[in-house]
Design a binder for this molecule. Structure first.
Ligand SMILES: Cc1cc2nc3c(=O)[nH]c(=O)nc-3n(C[C@H](O)[C@H](O)[C@H](O)COP(=O)(O)OP(=O)(O)OC[C@H]3O[C@@H](n4cnc5c(N)ncnc54)[C@H](O)[C@@H]3O)c2cc1C
Length: 249
């Protein structure tokens, strides 16, 4: 009798949380140990777990970096959160699991000169990786327009990194943060764009003269935002790529 060989499933690996930075009550950055040989493309996600519960997280760091950097939003138990309330109690020295391979097709499409990157809060993560990798490789010829929507100014988290890049290299990065609740006290010092990010997309494409021939549009994060951006831009003939972090109810 012949024994049939099935491909062996690579085992889950336990890795350390090496650092954690809290930004608001429900937003944190976490840096994880990178397993030997772990590779990924900018824009891909890893699968992280604890107590057998696993979820997908896009990777903010670029492949050359020592650690895997994640930007995570807490979904409280009352709102259905399962893994994030567990992660919220973890910090430096605690362990999580990681699946052996990164996945996803929400990656840098270099064919178009203009990269129009639309996000809500944690949805900015893949773009952080795109741009860090691009800089690391010393590439040129593309312009990254990073549009990020949030309710409050302290939810941007990567704003200083994008602002600095846009000042040092204005032909490479344009950063457009916009807040949807300009009248709340928490946003009292805000003097930039206001409104939901999906509602400023059309104006910004016009303002920056971005045409269908030379622009790739990405949308990542809130499914409602993605749906609206998709409807607005694909009708006009723009190339469009999306990554939904959760499903609309
Ligand atoms: C490809 C991919 C990449 C992802 N990358 C990230 C990332 O970089 N950072 C991140 O924080 N999350 C990311 N997510 C979402 C993540 O996988 C989890 O769903 C999220 O962390 C909540 O986990 P949970 O177990 O606590 O709740 P879940 O059991 O996953 O979800 C509970 C409920 O909350 C909803 N939900 C999930 N996330 C949100 C949210 N952000 N806002 C509002 N409602 C939500 C779900 O639809 C569900 O109804 C990604 C998801 C996918 C598919």
């Amino acid at each position: 009798m012949t024994t049939r060989k099935f491909p062996q499933k690579a085992p889950l690996q336990e890795i350390d949380i090496v650092r954690r930075e809290n930004h608001t009550e429900d937003l944190a950055l976490m840096w994880l140990e990178k397993p030997d040989g772990y590779t990924f493309k900018p824009g891909q996600y890893c699968t992280i777990g604890h107590d057998g519960i696993e979820r997908a997280y896009s990777i903010a760091s670029a492949p050359h970096e020592e650690f895997i950097e994640l930007f995570i939003e807490l979904i409280p138990v009352e709102e259905g959160g399962v893994l994030t309330p567990i992660l919220w109690d973890l910090g430096k020295g605690d362990k999580v699991t990681i699946r052996p391979r990164a996945k996803g097709i929400f990656t840098f499409k270099e064919e178009m000169e203009n990269q129009f990157l639309v996000s809500t809060v944690t949805g900015v993560v893949p773009y952080v990786s795109f741009i860090r990798d691009y800089l690391r490789k010393n590439r040129s010829g593309h312009h990254f327009y990073v549009l990020e929507g949030a309710s409050y100014t302290d939810e941007f988290v990567y704003d200083k990194e994008f602002e600095t890049l846009s000042v040092l290299n204005p032909s490479l990065v344009t950063f457009v943060p916009t807040i949807s609740r300009p009248n709340e006290d928490r946003n009292s010092t805000w003097s930039r764009d206001t409104g939901r990010v999906n509602n400023i997309v059309r104006d910004k494409l016009d303002q920056f003269n971005l045409t269908t021939a030379d622009t790739m549009i990405y949308a990542c994060g809130h499914p409602g935002m993605i749906e609206d951006v998709k409807e607005k831009v694909t009708g006009d003939g723009y190339e469009f790529l999306e990554e939904r972090f959760w499903k609309d109810d």
